[in-house]
Design a protein around this ligand. Structure first.
Ligand SMILES: *Cc1c(COP(=O)(O)O)cnc(C)c1O
Length: 327
């Protein structure tokens, strides 16, 4: 293990995420497994107290700040789930938090952030535009910035999912499908799994019109998209993070993109298997898993995916059902 990997693994092992986050169940999706001819396991991150895994990274990062950094107050940028992680953590530690969210952020996410006592500023059409404004506020008000994905402490927090999988999954080898936005989630999970069990495969899943990471991997450098589709709001970033990109290059085996229609179908599949309505990002991994299995003709294997969040507006659920009915 090289020194930077060792340092990262130490951070993961010493992480403080369980001060606020829970160890989520790894649940078998029997019906979907039967349909696809594989054993399918869902890592239920939608069951975290804020209904997404983002609490892990936010908690790990904020706890690791110095007293002085905490006292200045925290600022972040987020499509909504990281915002809730920061607001929840700040509330529990008694810190001030400001969150810049893009105007497309679902109301349920904005409301939750306000309910935890954070200040919300709505700005821009996507996370990348909102981030520029957040950086300005940070300088003006001398706040401490907590990035949603391009930060090694945040990545170490998300990486605790990898440790839990090593404990919970029955036996390796297996393949893990991870939904990708800025790339913090996949970077952390892949780093842990590959360092400890190199025979576990990790595959990244992105929406076809919000695939900054896939394009970056293909190009060999970080690519910035001109336009990003926001249907899967939780992963609508123009540019993946620098650390996540580097770690993904090193640890991720393969990539797949899916259409919004495939995401809608995956929301239905996930509902039928869990009786929980995922947000589009929460079902993205299932959509990628299904498509990959069909493309490659995989049978009889163990396949794992992360149901990463369930913060969908109620109206959004109607939209998904109507899109499916329209075919
Ligand atoms: C943030 C998020 C992702 C993607 O995580 P990144 O670290 O940005 O790649 C996936 N699903 C949901 C529900 C999210 O909130």
């Amino acid at each position: 293990m090289n020194p930077s990997t060792q340092n990262f693994m130490e951070q993961v092992l010493r992480s403080r995420v369980y001060d606020l986050a829970i160890e989520t169940p790894l649940q078998e999706a029997h019906k979907l497994g039967k349909q696809l001819g594989n054993r399918i396991l869902l890592k239920r991150e939608d069951q975290q107290p804020i209904y997404s895994f983002k609490l892990r990274g936010a908690c790990q990062k904020i706890i690791s700040l110095t007293h002085e950094e905490k006292a200045r107050g925290i600022i972040t940028v987020s499509a909504g789930n990281h915002a809730q992680g920061v607001a929840y953590t700040a509330h529990h530690l008694g810190l001030n938090a400001t969150v810049v969210m893009p105007e497309i952020a679902p109301a349920i996410k904005v409301q939750a952030v306000e309910d935890w006592g954070a200040k919300v500023v709505l700005y821009g059409q996507n996370v990348t535009e909102a981030e520029q404004f957040a950086r300005l506020l940070q300088q003006q008000e001398n706040l401490t910035f907590v990035h949603p994905f391009d930060d090694l402490q945040v990545i170490a927090g998300q990486a605790t999912i990898g440790l839990e999988l090593l404990k919970q999954a029955p036996k390796d080898p297996y393949t893990v499908f991870v939904p990708v936005g800025g790339g913090g989630l996949i970077a952390g999970i892949a780093a842990v799994l590959k360092t400890i069990r190199s025979n576990i495969r990790v595959i990244g899943v992105e929406p076809e019109h919000a695939n900054a990471m896939t394009q970056s991997i293909q190009a060999g450098h970080q690519v910035k998209l001109d336009h990003v589709d926001t249907f899967v709001d939780a992963v609508a970033v123009k540019q993946a993070g620098f650390h996540p990109f580097q770690m993904a290059q090193q640890y991720v085996d393969d990539w797949i993109t899916v259409s919004n229609h495939e995401v809608c179908m995956a929301i239905r599949d996930t509902y039928e298997n869990t009786r929980t309505l995922m947000e589009p990002g929460g079902a993205l991994g299932v959509a990628g898993l299904k498509k990959y299995v069909q493309q490659k003709g995989i049978t009889g294997e163990t396949l794992v995916t992360i149901t990463s969040g369930a913060n969908a507006d109620f109206d959004r659920i109607r939209e998904v059902a109507e899109r499916l009915r329209a075919g």
